[in-house]
Design a protein around this ligand. Structure first.
Ligand SMILES: Nc1ncnc2c1ncn2[C@@H]1O[C@H](COP(=O)(O)OP(=O)(O)O)[C@@H](O)[C@H]1O
Ligand SMILES: [Mg+2]
Length: 258
């Protein structure tokens, strides 16, 4: 683990009403680290992830990103177009619903190519070749590069979202319930792929999930949220095997009870 964090989050709050949203959140994310944000539905996970990923301005607090290992960017002090550029290049977002993360009515190849063009690629042949390579890397049939994602299955759409994000070699990926809407067997295969990718590419990931099995499989460290606040944080095995807070104990035991 490197000495410098990639992201610093300082006392970030975004509240819609009392206990609704996220409140006073501070933590750091290091290069290559996978951080899970867990908690029951409504605990504020998505609100927090949206604030972290430059898509929802907080009421108070900062998100700082270390660009090129040298320059701290204060995300919400950037101009809107700088934030958008970051999200199309060095950052990536994998949404629970593919319709939020893909353009459903242009080809799979164009969905991937769009991000390559954002990093300055102009050569059609190169863009197509890289698109195919990434489709293969996420175990998609490259012969379907000209098909629209609307013709893909749910699992394939998630793979395409991942390929689209990874093609620009992002430094940080934000994921909100990436396996949420899928059948169990499809989920398991996708999780397997995600685990391989994050390890091989040494990705820094913040993954929101209400599924502790997903958190266990992917995350090294966990933040447990309740009513918008962090109530427990620590190494994944510690938090899940020896939860300190009564709420975390409940969360863990309710998963273990069939
Ligand atoms: N745009 C919004 N306007 C008003 N309330 C919202 C909005 N988004 C989320 N909330 C509320 O904030 C709380 C946290 O929501 P959310 O962050 O989506 O939780 P989670 O992702 O953990 O299920 C919920 O009570 C939700 O109803
Ligand atoms: Mg959510």
């Amino acid at each position: 683990m490197s000495a410098q964090p990639l992201l610093k989050v300082n006392q970030l709050s975004k509240l819609y009403a009392q206990n609704k949203g996220c409140e006073n959140i501070s933590f750091e994310l290091y290069p290559g680290e996978v951080l899970g944000i867990v908690g029951e539905s409504g605990s504020g996970k998505s609100t927090l992830l949206n604030c972290l990923s430059a898509r929802l301005p907080p009421n108070t607090g900062d998100v700082l990103y270390l660009k090129n290992n040298s320059q701290w960017l204060n995300i919400y002090q950037l101009a809107e177009n700088e934030r958008r550029h970051l999200l199309r290049t060095e950052w990536g977002v994998v949404h629970q619903h593919a319709r939020d993360g893909l353009r459903m009515n242009v080809s799979a190849g164009a969905n991937i190519g769009e991000r390559l063009m954002a990093v300055g690629e102009r050569h059609y042949g190169d863009i197509r070749a890289k698109g195919m390579q990434w489709m293969a890397d996420v175990e998609l049939d490259t012969q379907r590069i000209d098909d629209k994602p609307s013709t893909y299955s749910g699992g394939m759409q998630q793979r395409l979202q991942i390929a689209r994000n990874l093609v620009t070699h992002p430094k940080v990926i934000f994921m909100d319930e990436p396996t949420g809407g899928l059948d169990v067997s499809v989920q398991a295969r996708l999780l397997d792929l995600l685990r391989t990718l994050v390890t091989d590419l040494k990705l820094a990931v913040i993954i929101v999930t209400h599924d502790l099995a997903v958190a266990r499989l992917l995350a090294q460290r966990l933040i447990v949220m309740r009513h918008g606040q962090i109530i427990e944080t620590g190494l994944t095995d510690q938090v899940l095997d020896d939860p300190q807070h009564a709420y975390t104990q409940l969360l863990v035991s309710s998963v273990l009870t069939p």
